[in-house]
Design a protein around this ligand. Structure first.
Ligand code: DC
Length: 218
């Protein structure tokens, strides 16, 4: 039986996570937050003395790390049995994730871990290369973006609400740097799939984005 897949790709802070979770919940589908896999790897590396330039050593950790996802009321992630959900959200974790995600061998060993999420009754997959590399066969693909200033403002608000100290100017700089790295890497760069719907959420509320995506599905 064919399993429907909706992919939502786009740059950091465009609202992919919130939209994907809401749509998955509404449809009763499974949810893959692929960024959290790269973020979990960044956390796994911080616990060991591995040089961030050592591609093969990083790929070995990626291969062996045991991740558990609980997508119930609250999104919860465990790495080797330990709850790392709060650490995942840190900007420093996202920045390391973006650096190690540029290694082809790291991406290669994570392909199957991501494809395993494709299960009945369907999957909403959020990331950078969901529609281009991991699930090119997906029925519906969305490329969700927003201006760097808007994305930085939203990220700032999220961090402050979580009680995490943040500086707006630093976040804008980091977002621009992360965009550049994610778009310019050679393997699976952030690009819009040729068959994706483009949504710019700069001037939209999150609810109207969710509605637009649900309309596309229906
Ligand atoms: O979506 P995010 O901010 O949690 O992702 C963190 C980093 O992980 C992002 O800057 C690049 C990398 N990433 C990736 O290369 N491919 C994906 N499918 C998802 C994330």
């Amino acid at each position: 039986m064919s399993i429907p897949v909706l992919t939502i790709d786009g740059p950091s802070g465009a609202g992919k996570g919130t939209v994907s979770r809401a749509v998955a919940k509404k449809l009763g589908w499974n949810y893959l937050d692929s960024g959290s896999i790269y973020r979990a790897l960044a956390i796994a590396l911080q616990k060991q003395t591995i040089n961030l330039a050592d591609e093969l050593a990083i790929a070995t950790v990626a291969q062996s790390m045991a991740l558990e996802f609980d997508c119930g009321e609250e999104f919860l992630v465990k790495l080797d049995g330990v709850n790392i959900t709060d650490q995942l959200a840190l900007e420093s974790t996202g920045n390391i994730a973006s650096i190690i995600a540029a290694f082809p061998e790291v991406r290669r060993v994570l392909v199957q871990k991501q494809r395993n999420f494709k299960q009945l009754p369907g999957l909403v997959a959020d990331g950078r290369d969901m529609g281009t590399v991991i699930f090119p066969e997906a029925e519906i693909k969305v490329f969700l973006t927003a201006s760097a200033a808007k994305r930085a403002g939203r990220r700032y608000k999220q961090l402050i609400e979580k009680g995490i100290d943040a500086n707006l100017y630093t976040i804008i700089k980091e977002i621009e740097e992360r965009d550049r790295r994610d778009m310019e890497r050679k393997t699976a760069p952030l690009v819009m799939a040729s068959d994706a719907f483009y949504i710019d959420s700069s001037e939209m509320t999150i609810n109207s984005v969710i509605e637009e995506v649900l309309n596309l599905i229906h």
